[in-house]
Write a protein that binds this ligand. Structure first.
Ligand SMILES: Cc1ncc(C[n+]2csc(CCOP(=O)(O)OP(=O)(O)O)c2C)c(N)n1
Length: 658
């Protein structure tokens, strides 16, 4: 092991030693506590400390780092008080998640650390978003993000590196190649010789670094960061190292050949470095002992604090309230000047006025820049706001959703256009696991709107016609908006952008150019979670949203004899249950019309809620009307057969006659 030629000052050399020793000694203590049943799972980074410590030491305190489960050294090098880490691992309130998430799954703005989620890959795209915000702020910061070699097999890795390369983002992608991904050795994980070789494929500079040599790690990263701060660009680093313990403690290392273990034990980053410092007389045994005594005392004092802290308090109201960031809705009234415009124009105008209102708002999506988006909603936006804020993306929904989260973390606002709502499936993971859970987990907002052009009746087949809101209404932590009219669409979109929570904003393609309305020209807002009562009657309540509202209106038009309340939900999460209950208590009958296929849609939940809350007022069973249980077909006659539009009148009259 070579430590020569270092330009690192002796003071820093000692400091790097102390910084590596601290996570090692904490881990050794944790392994004892684990055996005593005093903490839950433990993911060991023993043998990999030089990477966390070297990278973090080369970064400035205000630069973001996104560590993984073996990067304790990132947290300790950023000087997080140890009792807070211990409390986090014990699920206590002084930790970072109020007992809501475990181990290293947390972020902290105080220390500019954004922790992983279990799915490993998404944080690579989050790093892109954080770095993009830094580029837009022109602050010269670098972002460092970690992954294991196993994580490089995920699509997120490819997507994030590709986006960073295309956008020249100053992200340091750090692969810790420690030989095994759980039990899977590297030759079953990837085929190329070195993972660093992949950098070439992305047009990205890359380096192989001895991950067990702290001076090599620090010096190389320090040099590269200085370069990246001047000239923003991503760099891929492959740190060669080894995982000296099991994937997590319970799973052991039986599958690792003993010789391999022995070989790497000889390369221990701390023992070798300690020997070097002793040989060079930079440290002596007495000084090393003194350092160890100091760290032991720090660990013990902080452990006592964490153990003395009582269990996290259980308060159901607080749990529920913390799912979303609180948001003071500002009611901006409609002006009197109106224009008769289409749904598509109303959305475009709302978006444009929001871009004018917030200079930290960024729009991202496929073909949204000069081309104006496939539905032309962002037509002309590049001229008005520039390409920095109106960004074409590669075809990589997952990385862009993740990048939107990163923009929000770093103080920006993001609107992402899904080219078609159907494609949300390839960005599903960061939507439901990252955006939706961020505030509940670590009290961080997700100031992101995802626009979802959706819906059938357009003869576009199974992959360009779905109305997939039910994928998201099931997920706690998301807001789901689904306007049926131009005026609502503009006001609701403005509010969705104001709201610091993640909003899925559904825009029905079939309504884009077919529905006109007088829409106020100036900026205004409409609150989320408030349904609109479009018609009032006494005999039945009709609940719908999106295109269903228009089908219900047509049905009522041709059946003037029906006296119905027609409720347009406008927002599906949060759901305006009071508007529904009030109406059902008056009419005694409820029919819910939903464009999506029946099972598991919002109609089912509304039906259940009404049974539970309005049973005594019901004069008939609640009726759900929806598409048939098939994917949405292409041929016009098949699609008509699929959609509930033509069945609705019959079902309505049938229920009225009950
Ligand atoms: C998407 C996903 N698939 C599977 C897992 C289960 N899992 C957790 S860690 C891990 C191995 C990760 O290996 P690597 O990225 O090399 O990191 P290391 O644990 O070696 O540091 C696996 C398979 C997961 N957490 N997320």
């Amino acid at each position: 092991m070579k430590y020569q030629n270092s330009k690192v000052s002796q003071k820093l050399q000692v400091s790097l030693y102390e910084r590596m020793l601290k996570p090692r000694m904490i881990e050794e203590k944790m392994l004892i506590l684990l055996r005593q049943g005093k903490i839950s799972k433990w993911f060991s980074g023993i043998g990999q400390e030089a990477i966390s410590v070297g990278v973090t030491s080369a970064m400035q305190a205000e630069e973001y780092i996104l560590p993984m489960h073996r990067n304790l050294g990132v947290f300790t090098t950023r000087d997080i008080p140890l009792y807070r880490l211990f409390a986090q691992w014990q699920g206590k309130a002084s930790g970072f998640t109020n007992g809501r998430d475990r181990s290293f799954h947390f972020g902290t703005q105080e220390f500019n650390i954004v922790g992983m989620i279990s799915h490993l890959g998404p944080q690579l795209g989050v790093a892109d978003g954080i770095a993009l915000a830094d580029v837009l702020k022109k602050n010269g910061h670098v972002t460092a993000v970690f992954t294991g070699e196993g994580g490089t097999s995920e699509g997120d890795f490819h997507e994030a590196l590709n986006v960073a390369a295309v956008w020249n983002l100053p992200v340091l992608f750090c692969i810790e190649n420690n030989g095994y991904g759980l039990s899977t050795p590297t030759d079953e994980q990837y085929k190329c010789e070195h993972l660093a070789d992949k950098g070439k494929g992305y047009g990205m500079e890359s380096h192989i670094i001895d991950g067990n040599n702290i001076l090599e790690v620090f010096s190389t990263v320090d040099k590269l960061c200085k370069k990246m701060r001047k000239n923003p660009e991503p760099i891929l680093l492959e740190f060669k190292t080894f995982r000296m313990r099991g994937h997590e403690e319970a799973s052991g290392t039986k599958y690792v050949p003993a010789e391999l273990m022995e070989e790497w034990a000889q390369k221990d980053p701390i023992a070798n470095y300690e020997k070097f410092l002793l040989d060079e007389q930079i440290l002596d045994v007495a000084k090393i002992d003194a350092i160890k005594v100091k760290i032991t005392a720090e660990i013990n004092e902080n452990l006592k604090l964490a153990f003395d802290e009582s269990e996290v308090e259980v308060n159901k109201t607080k749990e529920l309230n913390d799912v979303y960031k609180s948001f003071d809705y500002e009611d901006i009234k409609e002006g009197s000047v109106v224009e008769n415009i289409r749904l598509v124009d109303a959305i475009s105008t709302g978006l444009k006025q929001s871009m004018e209102k917030y200079d930290n708002l960024v729009i991202m999506g496929q073909d949204v820049a000069d081309y104006g988006g496939v539905f032309k909603i962002t037509d002309g936006f590049v001229d008005a706001f520039g390409k920095e804020r109106v960004r074409n993306t590669p075809i990589c929904e997952s990385a862009i959703v993740s990048a939107a989260a990163g923009l929000s973390i770093n103080g920006m606002k993001a609107v992402m256009e899904m080219q078609f709502a159907d494609f949300a499936s390839t960005g599903f993971n960061p939507i439901v696991n990252y955006l939706a859970k961020m505030h509940y987990r670590w009290n961080e907002k997700a100031d992101v709107v995802i626009r979802m052009p959706c819906g059938g009746g357009v003869g576009a087949g199974p992959f360009h016609s779905q109305t997939n809101e039910a994928w998201f209404t099931k997920t706690v932590g998301l807001k789901v908006v689904y306007p049926a009219f131009p005026k609502d669409a503009k006001g609701l979109l403005n509010t969705a952008i104001n709201d610091p929570n993640p909003v899925l904003f559904f825009e029905h393609k079939g309504l884009y150019r077919s529905v006109y309305q007088n829409v106020p020209s100036d900026y205004y807002t409409i609150p989320l979670g408030k349904a609109a009562v479009l018609k009032e009657g006494n005999d039945i309540t009709i609940v719908s949203y999106g295109a269903g509202v228009h089908w219900a209106l047509e049905t009522l038009e041709s059946h003037q004899e029906v006296s119905a309340d027609l409720i347009d939900l406008r927002t599906l999460a949060p759901l305006d249950t009071e508007a529904i209950y009030t109406s059902v208590r008056k009419t005694g009958k409820l029919i819910i019309l939903q464009e999506d296929s029946l099972f598991g849609g919002i109609a089912s939940d509304i039906s259940a809620l009404v049974m539970e809350n309005c049973f005594e007022h019901l004069d008939a069973p609640v009726k759900r009307v929806a598409s048939i249980e098939t994917p949405i077909p292409f041929a016009k006659n098949l699609e008509n057969n699929y959609l509930p539009k033509n069945r609705f009148a019959h079902e309505l009259l049938d229920l009225l006659a009950y």
